[in-house]
Design a protein. Structure first.
Length: 235
């Protein structure tokens, strides 16, 4: 595991975008595993800048997203499909037909989980998976639990996660209480993993990368992967 401590969010965003950009340059037809949330926004801005400057070409890239809220359609401005369109896909030359997010409107959650896991497998999983981290150590929407989830599944969100996400909704009651998410096993099948976190995530990141491997801190499973880079604001 490679751990990089940076001084501020700008430095984090530049460094993370450089790593993802290098992946795109080295393998133009790569599969990028992408994440939502506040931390990756700066990274996506830097990637869009690189595209606009003629440095990056996303025309052959495919993407698979970690998760999606249950019950939200892709045109809902709080959905993760909408987030990705607004923050990256609409700003670069990626083919939207090659961008994949779980279907939040699926009526049969079990079938949707099976479909999405099969899709990820058919693409060979991510060449590089970008991750954020929750204050409780969740990655994707894999909440603290008694066991690591192996595959894509539907999860009931913990109260702390609902509270953290409520700032993005008009009222707390509007926050979905469940979501589709890649499992820990799915995430670990990525060839490379990049975990990023701001200053408010310093403590949980250090617990995840230096503490015991336990499903009570889902991100600690990253210690089991052979190629992980962690970038976080440590000052």
């Amino acid at each position: 595991m490679k751990v990089i401590k940076v001084k501020n969010y700008e430095e984090l965003s530049v460094m993370a975008a450089s790593i993802i950009g290098a992946q795109v340059i080295n393998k133009p037809q790569c599969v990028l595993g992408l994440a939502t949330g506040s931390t990756p926004i700066g990274t996506y801005e830097k990637l869009a800048e690189a595209y606009n400057n003629g440095i990056l070409d996303f025309s052959e890239v495919k993407s698979i997203n970690l998760d999606e809220y249950c019950g939200l359609s892709g045109d809902n401005n709080q959905s993760y499909r909408y987030f990705m369109n607004e923050n990256l896909f609409n700003k670069v030359n990626i083919d939207k037909e090659n961008t994949f997010v779980p279907d939040g409107t699926a009526s049969d959650s079990e079938k949707e989980c099976e479909r999405y896991e099969a899709l990820c497998a058919s693409l060979g999983y991510a060449d590089l998976q970008l991750l954020g981290i929750g204050h409780n150590g969740h990655i994707g929407f894999n909440e603290p639990d008694s066991a690591f989830a192996a595959v894509t599944h539907c999860v009931k969100l913990q109260e702390s996660t609902i509270n953290a996400n409520s700032r993005l909704f008009e009222k707390k009651e509007d926050v979905p209480t469940s979501a589709f998410t890649m499992g820990i096993g799915t995430i670990l099948k990525a060839k490379k993993i990049l975990l990023v976190g701001g200053a408010d995530k310093k403590d949980i990141i250090e617990k995840a990368i230096y503490g015991d491997v336990t499903p009570e801190v889902p991100a600690s499973a990253l210690q089991l992967h052979k190629d992980v880079t962690v970038i976080y604001v440590a000052e």
